[in-house]
Design a protein around this ligand. Structure first.
Ligand SMILES: [Zn+2]
Length: 237
């Protein structure tokens, strides 16, 4: 009989062990839930969910603001680059204009050309004639400094009438003759296209026109073909 009796103390240990196991399982489940609740606050706590949502919205707003700022910075940079490009182009155009030559008069008819013979000249014709009415605006064909200006051809002789000679940076000179009015003085700096005189019919002239020379010195006798010179500079006459 005694052998068949179940030891009550042993039973208690088993029961305790079972209870312990159960408790541990419950605790484990609880822990798992707790851990899970961290990643899903919405289900766990409505207040926390609202806070989290607000935080998310704030973060999204910040990201949007940063993107907007980056976009604005990029646009500003592009505008600056564009402005720099425009400034460079304008500078280039200004430099090109400063380096260029222009016609000394507009609305003309080309008459006597360079080296043309005739009773009007003691030697061959030393310039290019532009037939224009008296009082036509005469412009500096290129920037430079006035070295001669006055009657008697500015010192070159009475045949030229009132005349101007301008020295250019390339070491050459342009001369304007038979003028009715001189608007510059010796030593004056003139810009390309600047008005320097009014055309006329003074000196040994067959009619109203501008006599135009390109010279290698300030003086008579060093003239080049002015029409050929201007065309080489890209001036259409
Ligand atoms: Zn002439």
């Amino acid at each position: 009989m005694s052998k068949r009796v179940i030891n009550p103390s042993r039973n208690a240990v088993v029961a305790l062990a079972a209870a312990g196991l159960g408790a541990s399982m419950v605790f484990g489940g609880g822990a798992a839930f707790a851990a899970d609740s961290k990643t899903t606050p919405v289900a766990a706590n409505p207040a926390a969910a609202v806070a989290a949502q607000a935080e998310t919205q704030a973060a999204q707003a910040k990201v949007a603001q940063q993107a907007k700022a980056a976009k604005a910075a990029a646009a500003k940079k592009a505008a600056a680059a564009n402005a720099a490009k425009k400034a460079a182009a304008a500078k280039k155009a200004a430099a090109k204009k400063a380096a260029s030559w222009v016609k000394p008069v507009g609305g003309y008819t080309l008459t006597a050309s360079f080296n043309q013979g005739g009773s009007m000249w003691s030697h061959k014709h030393s310039g290019q004639d532009f037939a224009v009415p008296v009082g036509t605006t005469v412009k500096a064909a290129h920037s430079g400094v006035v070295v001669k200006a006055g009657p008697n051809g500015g010192g070159d002789g009475p045949a030229y009438g009132n005349a101007i000679v301008v020295k250019h940076a390339n070491g050459q000179y342009s001369q304007y003759a038979h003028l009715s009015k001189i608007k510059v003085h010796v030593g004056q700096t003139v810009k390309t296209g600047q008005t320097i005189a009014k055309s006329g019919n003074t000196g040994n002239s067959s009619g109203p026109h501008l006599h135009f020379e390109i010279r290698t010195t300030p003086n008579y006798g060093s003239a080049l073909n002015p029409a050929k010179f201007l065309r080489a500079e890209g001036v259409v006459i």
